[in-house]
Design a protein around this ligand. Structure first.
Ligand SMILES: NC(=O)c1ccc[n+]([C@@H]2O[C@H](COP(=O)([O-])OP(=O)(O)OC[C@H]3O[C@@H](n4cnc5c(N)ncnc54)[C@H](OP(=O)(O)O)[C@@H]3O)[C@@H](O)[C@H]2O)c1
Length: 316
């Protein structure tokens, strides 16, 4: 452990950070050690990481001092926020500022900030193609992360800005999978028209992040985007049909209809999908499959992800 470079992993008990922690732990000779940060060191997930060799350290990103202590002595830090836990842009940005300040104070040599686009650079608040939400945002959970890029720059920490992609795992955990329609057929409902959307297995985000740390300083100061594939709704529906052995049709609704679905975050997600649809060239272009595969040769395709996870997809 002493001769290994410690990576402090925020969110190690979650999806993104968990993938990174597992990638580090699986590569015993790779020269890195995983420090798993969590608010609940006694949880089963934390204990599982410890069993596999991670150092588990208590940390709450709402508490600046606890992050400083947790980052002390680390070579690298993976910084992620969980907007969906609280739906607060201000809290997400404060957490990012706490992590940036802690990385600076601890002299961390390489931070990866898990970010997304500030969509207001493409769709200013005055653009009424989509509603402005919370008075200041178009896609709150994207805009806050993009705005928080500035916190890492202002703190002067060596940072890689990692643009992630839609998790295919949302089809399992986020209620976005195929559902039976009034005609009894399974339908995949998305408001992206005939455009391609970058997606990936969430486990691959961590594996790609590990690839970034292994490249040393190559990506410091840079923004890189990752994805497993860029696929249309129709292509994803066709893959579902093949994997599930049942017809799945693509139900292309408008973003207006998606925003009206009424579940928590529906307007935010409706705007998000519209952004991806309306700026397909930029959005796919910013997430290179070749770069992702170079960072992580195990990168899954959608069919590969389905082969591993099809039994977990809830279908009524
Ligand atoms: N779903 C998608 O398609 C998608 C795509 C791109 C980006 N994202 C973004 O991904 C983020 C969520 O990441 P995820 O999916 O890895 O989350 P997750 O699986 O829900 O896990 C959340 C993790 O964050 C940790 N955490 C939350 N609040 C914390 C705090 N105050 N202090 C310390 N740790 C804290 C939790 O640790 P403990 O509970 O153990 O403390 C847990 O490990 C969201 O912001 C979302 O916008 C999602």
């Amino acid at each position: 452990m002493a001769d290994k470079k410690i990576i402090a992993v925020v969110g190690a008990t979650g999806a993104q950070g968990g993938g990174l922690a597992r990638a580090i732990l699986a590569d015993a000779g790779g020269g890195f050690a995983a420090r798993a940060l969590t608010r609940k060191p006694d949880s089963d997930k934390a204990k599982e990481l410890a069993r596999h060799g991670a150092e588990v350290v208590g940390c709450d990103t709402d508490d600046a001092e606890s992050v400083k202590k947790a980052f002390a002595g680390a070579h690298g830090a993976y910084c992620v926020t969980n907007y969906w836990e609280h739906f607060s842009v201000d809290r997400e940005m404060a957490q990012a500022r706490n992590m940036a300040a802690a990385a600076k104070a601890a002299g961390v040599k390489h931070v990866i900030w898990s970010t997304l686009e500030d969509t207001r650079k493409w769709v200013p608040l005055s653009d009424d193609r989509m509603p402005t939400l919370m008075k200041r945002y178009k896609v709150p959970h994207f805009d806050s992360k993009g705005e928080a890029d500035g916190a890492f720059r202002a703190a002067g920490v060596p940072t890689t800005f990692l643009l992630t992609s839609f998790y295919w795992d949302n089809f399992i955990h986020f209620g976005m999978g195929p559902k039976k329609g009034p005609d009894g057929r399974l339908a995949l409902t998305l408001p992206i028209g005939d455009k391609k959307m970058p997606g990936m297995a969430v486990e691959d985000i961590g594996r790609c992040a590990y690839g970034v740390f292994k490249k040393g300083g190559d990506y410091i100061g840079k923004t890189i985007g990752i994805a497993g594939e860029h696929l249309t709704g129709a292509q994803m529906a066709a893959s579902f049909s093949k994997a599930l052995g049942r017809e799945v049709v693509y139900n292309a609704v408008t973003p207006e209809v998606y925003r009206s679905f009424g579940f928590p975050g529906a307007e935010d997600l409706g705007n998000m999908f519209q952004f991806k649809r309306d700026f397909e060239d930029y959005y796919c272009g910013a997430r290179s499959l070749a770069v992702s595969r170079a960072l992580n040769p195990a990168l899954l395709t959608f069919d590969g992800w389905l082969a591993q996870h099809k039994s977990q997809i809830p279908i009524e």
